[in-house]
Design a protein around this ligand. Structure first.
Ligand code: SAM
Length: 485
């Protein structure tokens, strides 16, 4: 049932942003061989993230496999990798203070090894002497000339606990409460300011959010409507049905990729918040025809998979648009066997692409490219990679895609604008500006009405902001718009 229309990959993957870590970084074998596969796997993951702009969640499974790490060793390597990446900014301040030099003046291989070592000393139950010795061994292996330096720095770090270091390197709580919180909770200050603003200025709640960002999130599955039932799926995988989405299952442990339910397309991995905002578009009432659904930014296909499964149940058809070819292929996989057409084109070409006629759709999802600040807990490195300068090009694209969606939907139809970011500039500002500039007659629909009855913490409407610390979901934003004429 699924068809695919290919196109150019005009919006090719964004160019890599090389930070100063890109200058170097060595794998093992430069000096003494390492005898600690778990720490070496974590080190190599850090190296790939900092030198090659890799994503830890993509690169680590392969490193664990190559090293033959399973069970507790794999869990330890994972904890070291994710924890070190999350805490990087604060660890760097502590390392710089202990080394008495700017972090940029420490060679990348030694720097990553020290980050791993400092994380163990300050955040884990690994005894300090073991953390110091294993770090020096690691530096011997990857940057032999820096072993003495690493030994001295690690010993200095191990002289104090985390609170004592925070008192030394963080701004004082009285003078700069946001700066203090940022260092104590391992987030860049500009992100803490943005979160606080989105939470109405409530610093105590912001602290809860930052804390939730630092917790290892559960894996959520989506039981595909018509193919699986959430309660049966939860039983089958040893998980729990979700608190809010009727399709959600919280996976207790294990690797989701190994589950037969995933391999056979009965379920897919998807944060519960993503399930809620996608299904809210379909559950909101509209008058008249309701068969032509459009997902304007579909790659890699999580929401398209859910929408296409719902389309199969409700006699609708999904057009799933994605600008990059490799992501369009992922969408095609996600909707295989379901009533969907995948179109590889720019979503802004509504009216000029034959697959995207003006007024040709009853429901349109715009899950726009964004900073992803709402899923920091799932992407440990991204909080230190993102910059405020990412916002202007993203918000421009967001507004253009919303405008395209408003042109694609028929009068009376609905558009859902979704971001995986709570940054007000990407949420409220993008959507109100796009509506204002569109010149079309558009009204905001109360999105809370399309979420499960009794769901707490949804604010005053009409838009909805989900939160990790309130709902256990990623911080997804949802605005529902009805085109009146
Ligand atoms: C936030 S992601 C969408 C996630 C997706 N809805 C899901 O649930 O898996 C945004 C997607 O929009 C794509 N994109 C970026 N610019 C686009 C454009 N001009 N037209 C269509 N897709 C675009 C990106 O390549 C990316 O795959």
């Amino acid at each position: 049932m699924t068809s695919f229309r290919g196109g150019s990959s005009s919006g090719a993957a964004k160019p890599r942003q090389h930070d100063r870590d890109a200058r170097g970084g060595r794998g093992p074998r430069a000096g003494r061989p390492a005898h600690d596969p778990a720490r070496m796997a974590a080190y190599q993951a850090l190296l790939a993230v900092h030198r090659d702009d890799a994503y830890a969640n993509l690169v680590l499974p392969g490193l664990l496999r190559e090293a033959g790490l399973v069970g507790r060793d794999a869990a330890f390597a994972t904890e070291l990798t994710y924890g070190t990446l999350r805490a990087r900014g604060t660890l760097d301040m502590i390392i710089a203070s202990a080394a008495d030099r700017d972090i940029s003046r420490i060679d990348p291989p030694a720097r990553d090894a020290l980050r791993l070592g400092a994380y163990q000393v300050l955040h884990t139950r690994v005894p300090s002497h073991a953390a110091v010795a294993s770090t020096v061994d690691l530096v011997h292996s990857v940057a032999p000339g820096a072993a003495g330096f690493a030994n001295a720095v690690m010993r200095r770090i191990a002289e104090r606990d985390l609170d004592a270091w925070l008192a030394q390197v963080a701004p004082s709580e009285q003078d700069n409460p946001v700066g203090h919180l940022a260092v104590a909770e391992n987030h860049p200050e500009w992100i803490v300011r943005a979160f606080r603003e989105a939470l109405g200025g409530d610093l105590a709640e912001t602290a809860q959010l930052l804390h939730a960002d630092n917790d290892r999130p559960e894996v959520h599955l989506c039981a595909r409507p018509g193919r699986a039932d959430a309660i049966e799926l939860a039983d089958a995988v040893g998980g729990q049905p979700g608190a809010f989405s009727p399709y959600a299952v919280y996976l207790g442990g294990g690797s989701p990729g190994d589950l037969v339910e995933i391999k056979t397309g009965r379920a897919h991995v998807q944060d519960e918040g993503s399930q809620l905002v996608a299904s809210a578009l379909i559950d909101a009432p509209i008058d008249g025809q309701d068969e032509r659904w459009l997902d304007l930014c579909a790659g890699p296909g999580g929401k398209a998979g859910l929408l296409a499964a719902l389309a199969a149940q409700r006699g609708a058809h999904l057009t799933a648009v994605e600008v990059t070819e490799h992501r369009a292929n992922m969408v095609a996989n996600a909707v295989r066997g379901l009533p969907a057409t995948v179109v590889c084109t720019d979503g802004r070409s509504v009216g000029s692409d034959r697959d995207l006629p003006e007024g040709g759709f009853d429901r349109v999802l715009v899950d726009a490219p964004c900073t992803g600040l709402g899923s920091l807990r799932r992407r440990p490195e991204s909080r230190w990679r993102r910059q405020p300068s990412d916002l202007p090009p993203l918000t421009k694209l967001q507004r253009e895609l919303i405008t395209a969606a408003l042109r694609a939907v028929r009068p009376g139809g609905l558009v859902a604008y979704v971001t995986c970011s709570p940054h007000l500039v990407e949420t409220q500002v993008s959507v109100t500006e796009a509506v204002r500039r569109s010149g079309l007659d558009v009204e905001f629909v109360d999105a809370r009405q399309s979420l499960p009855a009794g769901m707490p913490g949804l604010g005053d409407g009409p838009t909805v902001q989900l939160w990790p610390h309130r709902h256990g979901t990623d911080a997804m934003f949802l605005a529902l718009l009805r085109r009146k004429a």
